[in-house]
Design a binder for this molecule. Structure first.
Ligand code: AMP
Ligand code: MG
Ligand code: MG
Length: 337
């Protein structure tokens, strides 16, 4: 470890530990069967106890160690004392051991903005809970005999869930951490549950293996629960060989990095800065690109509007092709601004 790791490295190391703790909270709430679901703007915009506790945990943990950083979380929570057991004070050693890229060495705490999505894919999280028989049958989760069957029933829904912590400087997403709390669940109770990955511009991404989509196939990944005609028209305009509909912005960016999809196409203003800051940083760290539907970059300053109102288009390769295919009608519907 370097004697005095740069603030950015210490922040990512703390964010990594905080994301792991948040992932554990997300698992624990599911297992408890008491999801505490609240509708925010409607039935497709939900908040659960896991979203609330995970955000409290991440924000309190980071602001305790880095009091001058601006932290913006998805959930609007009442100001209350955060329980001591929710505070994570650990830091990932593997991050602290890495050298900081020269251009970020002297960044100051007060220049950094952290965007937190404590649980991305909440809709799918609640659906998985329902399929698993929660809350009424929560004992069933613990019964090993039918555990694997129940797990496979909710299989890919649980993969949709991630915890996202993005770090921005000068309006640019420069680093991010993603925790996928249910990764490996299909291997049964003996496997380690969950995984974390992180990335930084100039360093690359860690905890995830970069793979290309086999052949030249255009596999488009998009929303499964927030679709409309503009969204589907835009997907069709890409002339995809295959379309995958899954939940979560974090999950879809992981699909791009792992070669399961070639483009994330979402012609809707529904995604917010906390969905794209961490994911953009990690994708850009491995040479990919995330923009609006016009091909313009998003800004992650603390004072920007939260909505990504001109949509989200993300790729590992051939970004220009996908931008060039966006129909005029979509560009009209999703103006930059
Ligand atoms: P999805 O691909 O539908 O899971 O969306 C990715 C992220 O954007 C998730 O955090 C969703 O909650 C959010 N999102 C997308 N569309 C909407 C919408 N119409 N209303 C609220 N949140 C949305
Ligand atoms: Mg989200
Ligand atoms: Mg969320």
């Amino acid at each position: 470890m370097s004697a005095h790791p740069a603030v950015l490295m210490r922040l990512v190391a703390s964010a990594y530990a905080a994301a792991e703790k948040a992932g554990a909270i997300v698992r624990r709430v599911l297992h408890s069967g008491e999801l505490g679901i609240v509708e925010k703007t409607g039935a497709n915009d939900l908040q659960t106890l896991a979203d609330r506790l995970a955000q409290q945990s991440i924000c309190a943990s980071l602001s305790k160690r880095f009091p001058k950083i601006t932290i913006i979380g998805e959930e609007e929570l009442t100001a209350e004392e955060v329980r001591e057991d929710l505070i994570e004070s650990g830091q990932a050693e593997a991050v602290l051991q890495m050298g900081c890229p020269a251009e970020y060495k002297d960044l100051k705490e007060e220049e950094l903005v952290v965007w937190v999505d404590p649980l991305d894919g909440t809709k799918e999280y609640t659906e998985a809970a329902k399929r698993l028989g929660f809350p009424a049958g929560s004992q069933r989760w613990r019964a090993e005999s039918d555990g694997s069957q129940l797990l496979s029933a909710a299989r890919w829904l649980l993969d949709n869930v991630t915890v996202l912590i993005g770090i921005a400087h000068g309006g640019k997403a420069i680093a991010g951490v993603i925790n996928q709390p249910f990764y490996n669940y299909q291997l049964g109770s003996s496997a380690d549950l969950g995984r974390s990955m992180w990335g930084m511009l100039g360093l690359g991404a860690f905890g995830v293996e970069l793979q290309d989509v086999p052949g030249d196939r255009r596999i488009v990944t998009t929303t499964r629960s927030h679709s409309n005609k503009v969204v589907t028209d835009c997907v069709d305009a890409m002339e995809p060989h295959e379309v995958i509909r899954v939940g979560g912005a974090g999950n879809k960016i992981i699909q791009l990095i792992e070669g399961k999809a070639s483009a994330y196409v979402f012609a809707s203003p529904g995604c917010k800065k906390w969905d794209t800051c961490a994911t953009e940083a990690i994708l850009h760290a491995v040479g990919g690109k995330l923009t609006d539907m016009h091909g313009n970059a998003y800004c992650y300053d603390a004072n920007v509007q939260h909505m990504n109102s001109a949509g989200v288009l993300a790729t590992l390769r051939n970004h220009h092709y996908y931008v060039s295919r966006v129909p005029q009608s979509v560009l009209q519907a999703l103006k930059t601004g």
